[in-house]
Write a protein that binds this ligand. Sequence first.
Ligand SMILES: *[C@@H]1O[C@H](CO)[C@@H](O)[C@H](O)[C@H]1NC(C)=O
Ligand SMILES: *[C@@H]1O[C@H](CO)[C@@H](O)[C@H](O)[C@H]1NC(C)=O
Ligand SMILES: *[C@@H]1O[C@H](CO)[C@@H](O)[C@H](O)[C@H]1NC(C)=O
Ligand SMILES: *[C@@H]1O[C@H](CO)[C@@H](O)[C@H](O)[C@H]1NC(C)=O
Ligand SMILES: *[C@@H]1O[C@H](CO)[C@@H](O)[C@H](O)[C@H]1NC(C)=O
Ligand SMILES: *[C@@H]1O[C@H](CO)[C@@H](O)[C@H](O)[C@H]1NC(C)=O
Ligand SMILES: *[C@@H]1O[C@H](CO)[C@@H](O)[C@H](O)[C@H]1NC(C)=O
Ligand SMILES: *[C@@H]1O[C@H](CO)[C@@H](O)[C@H](O)[C@H]1NC(C)=O
Ligand SMILES: *[C@@H]1O[C@H](CO)[C@@H](O)[C@H](O)[C@H]1NC(C)=O
Length: 454
Amino acid sequence: MSLLSRGFDMAGWGFRWVLVLVLLALWRPGTACPELCTCTGVRISCVDAERSIMAFPMLQSEAEMENITDIYIANQSSFTSINEKDLNLYRNLRNLTVTNTRLTYISRQAFQSNLKLQYLNLKENNLSYLSWRTFHHLNLSSLLLAGNTLQCSCENVWLKQWRGEESEELMCVEEGGKRRALAMLTLPNCVLPTVTLKPTKVTMREGVNVTLVCNTSGTPTPNLNWDTCKLNSAHQKEGSGQMSELKLYNVSSLDNGCKITCRSDNMVGESEASVHLDILCPPVISKLMDAISDHHWCIPFSVAGNPEPKLSWLLNDQPVEEGNFIHTVIHDYSEGEYHGCLQLDSPTHINNGEYTLMASNAYGEDIKAVSAHFMYEPWNESVTDPLYYDPTTDDTPLGPPEDKVAVYVVVGIAAITFTGFILMLVILKFGRNSKFGIKGFVLFHNVPVEVVAR
Ligand SMILES: *[C@@H]1O[C@H](CO)[C@@H](O)[C@H](O)[C@H]1NC(C)=O
Ligand SMILES: *[C@@H]1O[C@H](CO)[C@@H](O)[C@H](O)[C@H]1NC(C)=O
Ligand SMILES: *[C@@H]1O[C@H](CO)[C@@H](O)[C@H](O)[C@H]1NC(C)=O
Ligand SMILES: *[C@@H]1O[C@H](CO)[C@@H](O)[C@H](O)[C@H]1NC(C)=O
Ligand SMILES: *[C@@H]1O[C@H](CO)[C@@H](O)[C@H](O)[C@H]1NC(C)=O
Ligand SMILES: *[C@@H]1O[C@H](CO)[C@@H](O)[C@H](O)[C@H]1NC(C)=O
Ligand SMILES: *[C@@H]1O[C@H](CO)[C@@H](O)[C@H](O)[C@H]1NC(C)=O
Ligand SMILES: *[C@@H]1O[C@H](CO)[C@@H](O)[C@H](O)[C@H]1NC(C)=O
Ligand SMILES: *[C@@H]1O[C@H](CO)[C@@H](O)[C@H](O)[C@H]1NC(C)=O
């Protein structure tokens, strides 16, 4: 074969490939819908009984899959499983129907990403076992399972609680092949776990040690797990089988309010018990700052302490009477501290001075002071000196502030206006009694005279 004809041959192949691609493109015109299904915006439907899909349909882009709320699969003889990742990208799925297929297996992670799933119809399939773990993170309104070959085994006993949700009576198949109502099923060695967590109330001083004990019963033997907030206190978990201990050493007041949960599960289901730590400690004022001006003036503070400390204030060693114009406000409670303000409405020079915050509860007290300067005495001559209180800096003297410049400008304008007014009066006076009245002024002047004449 000559080089030339080989070239032609290659071109021929190239052409044929292009043709195949064009045909393929025409075959599935523009849409990203899988061949054996139909897609309408939010819905995918695969019902062609002649040619069955083998697995979940996938669309071309993630964005398209996110738009899907409804998947309907029926009469597919080769469809057998829903695997871990199959529905990963259908994050907005609400309705899923898989019916009249050979569906045998559903992964425990199958619906991990489908938090919006509400309606799940799995009727007329070949499901033998289903785990509650597959569904326990979902908020299903319907789970339809009639027409499967569910076994009368402990693994399916959790389904008894779904009975109320369905009008149909779920049936299960016993070993001999006999069918019976799942609702009536009672099996030996098949008991939902129970948990007890002791003590049921944990109230103690900071710095002590405490041991929480979690006991469980249930068959098959349940797993025990602790689920805690991020603990600041040193801690240790010990135990085996039906009992577990959580030991906390030198408990930190930072763990006040922390929720500690002990969770127990087996194939029948899950139970849990919780306790909130209540760690008593004396008040600590962690922050007391210079007054800042917002809508009101505010002397900000942060105080820790459990029980909630009682707060009171001194101004220059005299108790502050709280009322409409001065009062303590707690804005929020976070990370074990109360954050708030001593709020002052339009404070004047009489509010200037040293503010002392006193926080106390049954376990002790804390005291801190800050000096606040709201305004100069109006008669004080040294107002003109450049010392000026600026709350954003640390009480440092500044040059003449813009406020004062503004005052000078206003006073200046008033003075000029007043001078002008006097000048005008003088001119009008001249205009009335003499002949060098300017026309405009005379006219202007004549109007009031006429009014007076009437
Ligand atoms: C998803 O749906 C929105 C609104 O219905 C639409 O504007 C958008 O084009 C759709 N995205 C895809 C990839 O189909
Ligand atoms: C599935 O097949 C059954 C019987 O073969 C038929 O009655 C039903 O309409 C089919 N379902 C769909 C959605 O095509
Ligand atoms: C989901 O299915 C239910 C029951 O068939 C139906 O009433 C509802 O309209 C469906 N929702 C969506 C979003 O398709
Ligand atoms: C149903 O599943 C069982 C295994 O669980 C399998 O042996 C059987 O062949 C399946 N039946 C059909 C019709 O696929
Ligand atoms: C669960 O669904 C019901 C309605 O089906 C709804 O009222 C409820 O708010 C949902 N709960 C959560 C946590 O989404
Ligand atoms: C707390 O436990 C530690 C370590 O076991 C021990 O050294 C300490 O004395 C205990 N403290 C109290 C108050 O019991
Ligand atoms: C927990 O169980 C163990 C043995 O299983 C028992 O010794 C212990 O007293 C139980 N504790 C509580 C708090 O029930
Ligand atoms: C307990 O914790 C505090 C601070 O959380 C620490 O200062 C103290 O040394 C600790 N005591 C012991 C015995 O570890
Ligand atoms: C006037 O204000 C200055 C600056 O704060 C202060 O040092 C001085 O004591 C005040 N004078 C009087 C009479 O209050």
